[in-house]
Ligand binder design. Structure first.
Ligand code: HEM
Length: 448
């Protein structure tokens, strides 16, 4: 069986330039030219790309044991002194570990804590000056940092925007250096990275200390993580830093960027905005002016539609990396043991066969009668396979509550409507700080 075809590229550089500035667009183009499985080169590295609904199925079924995650994450795991990082485990140890995490990173946690989440949103939005321009990215990052801190500690920690930025910058540099290997390693020794690292580690230590001192609190993820390190001699204190940062590393950039693109869409599309706001206001009215539970909010068509469509059109984590555990075959091609494989899980989001006019932002595609997400494995914003996002239900719950609350209580405007912004990939898909918005309270004296 031959190896997958090699994509045409430049001498030496291979397809590096195609992927450098807009990897999402570049990958889509390469898939269009090369089909569901191919190889490409970028300088000295070679990658196999696999994409399509059948690939997403393969990754979840017979292919799940052909590939593994540990190799891709190993430098980061070493940096964090955390051999037990969930994302880097494979096989039975991963299944066992994930089962335990599931109890704490769940829909129920976000559902049960909805009132606290609202308090976190209120506390933050009340600090914002009325109608003053603010970077939409900074707004969504600060909001989501506070929401996550509440969900995982039981208290709204008023993280400064500076710390929110430091966490994201720290993640960006670590991922681009130790995972994507786009940055040289010496970057990790530069004073500005060291400074971010210091702030982030101090934040993690503060979380650990708070949990240690808070013995009366219910059984949270953090209490469980702390208990395990104390009771299990195989585990070390150092791994706690990475474990305590996990919600922020996995959940902050992803949820905040999804919210960011959603805000961008409503501020650019007044008809969509009005429809969404009206449906949200009606839901508040039906519930005596109070916010409904996430399960009920999910049934508000425009709210459900816009969240799903944002995840489809702007898949912030559109691909994931694995290595081949053994030689295996897919669609008549051999993938050799040890190959680096890029699973482009969000590729079907842009395939006309599943999503009509895929470039269009169209929330009705997720609603009956169209329900375009019905093709199995076509809609995969949370990845596929054994490592499929553990926080997906929590993320959805956060987005439902945040968008409903924000749109009911505030009016959003873009400072420069119609202005085009370059996409950022650092590492999640994002928009630059130059996309600014203004927030104005819609009415006063209302409770949530
Ligand atoms: C819109 C929001 C989110 C998106 C798009 C997203 C996307 C993803 C993707 C694509 C993966 C798979 C990575 C891989 O296979 O290599 C993943 C894994 C993961 N996510 Fe999310 N995520 C989101 C929110 C969250 C939140 C809020 C949390 C928790 C606070 C979270 C926790 C995790 C964890 C723990 C994993 C690793 C699971 C495992 O290794 O078994 N995510 N996420």
């Amino acid at each position: 069986m031959p190896e997958a075809p090699l994509s045409k590229g430049l001498p030496l550089l291979g397809n590096m330039l195609d992927l450098m500035f807009n990897p999402l667009q570049g990958l889509l183009e390469l898939c269009r030219n090369n089909g569901p499985i191919f190889r490409f080169r970028a300088l000295t590295e070679e990658f196999v790309v696999m994409a399509g609904t059948d690939v997403n199925r393969f990754l979840s079924e017979e292919g799940k044991d052909c590939v593994y995650s540990g190799e891709f994450w190993k430098d980061l795991v070493a940096y964090w002194h955390n051999p037990n990082a969930l994302i880097a485990l494979d096989g039975q140890p991963h299944i066992d570990e994930r089962r335990q995490w599931k109890h704490y990173v769940s829909r129920e946690v976000a559902h049960n804590e909805q009132q606290g989440l609202i308090k976190a949103i209120e506390d933050y939005t009340h600090t914002l000056a009325n109608d003053q321009p603010i970077s939409a990215r900074r707004f969504s990052r600060t909001l989501v940092t506070r929401e996550l801190s509440f969900l995982f500690t039981g208290k709204v920690i008023k993280l400064s925007p500076k710390l929110g930025d430091a966490i994201i910058d720290y993640q960006r540099v670590l991922f681009n250096t130790l995972l994507a290997r786009k940055y040289p390693r010496f970057i990790l020794h530069l004073p500005w990275f060291r400074n971010n690292e210091k702030q982030v580690n101090a934040f993690a230590r503060q979380l650990i200390e708070q949990t240690r001192n808070n013995k009366t609190e219910s059984d949270t993820f953090y209490h469980w993580a702390l208990r395990r390190v104390t009771e299990d001699k195989e585990r070390n204190e150092a791994e706690l830093i990475a474990t305590f940062l996990t919600p922020f590393i996995a959940g902050l950039d992803t949820v905040a960027n999804t919210l960011l693109f959603l805000i961008r869409e409503i501020t650019e599309n007044p008809a969509l905005y009005q429809r969404l706001q009206k449906e949200i206001d009606d839901e508040f009215r039906h519930n005596d002016g109070l916010i409904s539970s996430p399960d009920t909010l999910r049934k508000v068509p425009a709210l459900f539609g816009i969240i799903q469509e944002t995840l489809r059109r702007y898949p912030v984590a559109f691909a994931n990396m694995r290595h081949a555990r053994c030689d295996f075959e897919y669609k008549g091609c051999t993938v050799k043991k040890g190959s680096q494989i890029l699973f482009f899980t969000a590729q079907p989001h842009f395939d006309e066969r599943y999503f009509s006019q895929p470039e269009r932002f169209d929330i009705d595609r997720f609603l009956p009668p169209r329900s375009e997400q019905k093709t199995r494995y076509a809609f995969s914003p949370y990845g596929r396979g054994p490592h499929i996002c553990l926080g997906a239900a929590m993320a959805e719950s956060l987005l439902l509550t945040s968008v409903a609350y924000l749109l009911h209580h505030f009016h959003f405007n873009a400072v420069e409507p119609g202005k085009k912004f370059k996409y950022l990939f650092d590492p999640s898909l994002s928009l630059p700080d130059s996309f600014k918005i203004r927030l104005k309270p819609r009415r006063t004296g209302q409770c949530s």
